[in-house]
Design a protein around this ligand. Structure first.
Ligand code: FAD
Length: 399
């Protein structure tokens, strides 16, 4: 992919030259001229030219161009300076993927007000931590984050970038893929590398979870994948001493179409169900608010959190951030209690790695019993109050 000046249209106004962050454009004999060794095809000039005199050519990357992309990058998402745990999981996976190639692992960080101390937690897992630290990135905006991420990907050219399937990752990574004209595989549950080609084998459920599809991005770089929290383990034994590199981006990229008038955190946003050892989940079988109030009481007594199936979230009994499954969160708790949940494949895919599963259901043939370690055939509205009373009687209850 490269940038071409259409000479018949160019009037030599020099606007593109002034905008180019790479100083790759000069005006020679009243025509813009592009130095390809400097150009990173950020396309600012294409969008800037008032005469439509600049175009992108050769969208499909050549093999020689592909081979200039090296290493695996991870977007390390941070909110208020705290990195999302999925970043460490993905960095661990990235280290796995480069074992045979010996290439670098990069962490890409976007935000504001980072200290060396909090960045150092990433240095353990990455060879380079590239940080764009700018007050304008303090509050998340789709358009700005995607422009900045696309810019640094062009600059550092990793062969692949992995991001958490978080609300942000799902929101802005597809925009980056569109900007870079490359492919993105969302919600991968496995990623391996074909060492001969460097292609990632990105596996994700398809057709409502009935099939596992392995997707390759053969023609373009970087390859892009999003992965949910809990899919890959953190490898604590990695002990790199990565270098922190502060990256400046052109001011132009920090302009947004959005104005943030205020910021009000959602009351549920501090609960990340993937962080809990005990998860008490309810499904459609709990019917109403009363059912979920009982569930909350139980979760409090056990020191766990409340989660649920998709219908439970769709009905508004719990927030969507607490949905378990293929289109929700993947969890690996020590104890998973499924109450009034049938056990559809899309739900189970988010919880099958729990250490202990206990299911309560009125239907003895409910599929949840196929994966449960203990199955209890009971009505939730009789079972829950009885269990809550029993726990209250015992000294081990937390409240
Ligand atoms: C593409 C796609 C993605 C999806 N992603 C997800 C996902 O991420 N997560 C997810 O959960 N679902 C997902 N679904 C929906 C999924 O297919 C199921 O429809 C859903 O999981 C069913 O939720 P449920 O078990 O709460 O409800 P139901 O299937 O209606 O089951 C309710 C259960 O409660 C039992 N019950 C009824 N009354 C009581 C009682 N009084 N006491 C005890 N038990 C009782 C019933 O016997 C039944 O087994 C997805 C579907 C599609 C097509």
């Amino acid at each position: 992919m490269s940038i071409r000046v259409i000479e018949e249209k160019c009037v030599g106004c020099g606007l593109c030259s002034r905008k180019c962050p790479q100083s790759a454009i000069t005006v020679v004999n009243k025509k813009a001229s592009i130095d390809e060794s400097k150009c990173i095809v950020c396309k600012l000039c294409v969008n800037t030219c008032r005469f439509n005199a600049i175009e992108v050519v050769g969208q499909k990357q050549e093999n020689s161009e592909k081979s200039s992309y090296k290493g695996i990058a991870v977007y390390a998402e941070s909110i208020d300076g705290k990195f999302n745990p999925v970043a460490y999981e993905l960095l661990s996976k990235a280290n796995d993927l480069v074992v045979k190639t010996g290439e670098n692992v990069f962490a890409f960080v976007l935000g504001s007000g980072f200290t060396d101390e909090n960045l150092s937690t990433l240095c353990k897992y990455a060879d380079f931590v590239y940080v764009v630290d700018n007050p304008f990135l303090e509050k998340y905006r789709d358009d700005v984050y995607s422009k900045v991420m696309a810019y640094i990907l062009k600059q550092y050219k990793p062969s692949a970038i992995l991001s958490g399937s978080t609300i942000r990752g799902r929101s802005f990574m597809p925009r980056v893929a569109t900007e870079l004209e490359t492919g993105l595989t969302a919600d991968c549950i496995s990623i391996e590398m074909d060492e001969n080609t460097g292609n990632l084998i990105q596996t994700r459920p398809a057709f409502g979870g009935d099939l596992m599809a392995s997707i390759l991005c053969e023609n373009t770089r970087p390859q892009m994948s999003t992965v949910r929290q809990g899919v890959f383990p953190v490898n604590e034994s990695i002990n790199k001493n990565g270098k922190i590199v502060k990256v400046d981006v052109p001011e132009e990229l920090l302009k947004s179409n959005m104005e943030i008038l205020g910021f009000e955190p959602c009351s549920c946003s501090d609960v990340n169900i993937a962080d809990y050892d005990i998860v008490v989940a309810g499904g459609r079988g709990l019917r109403n608010e009363k059912g979920f109030a009982l569930l909350r009481q139980l979760a409090d007594l056990l020191g766990g959190c409340v989660a649920g199936s998709r219908p439970a979230c769709d009905c508004g009994f719990i927030p969507h951030s607490a949905q378990i499954g293929q289109t929700g969160v993947t969890i690996k708790p020590k104890l998973y209690l499924a109450i009034g949940i049938s056990g559809a494949v899309q739900h189970i895919s988010g919880v099958e790695e729990a250490e202990l599963i206990i299911a309560v259901n009125t239907d003895p043939n409910a599929p949840i019993f196929d994966i449960a370690d203990y199955g209890i055939i009971a009505d939730a509205f009789e079972f829950l109050p009885a269990l809550i009373e029993k726990i209250k009687d015992k000294k081990f209850a937390k409240k």
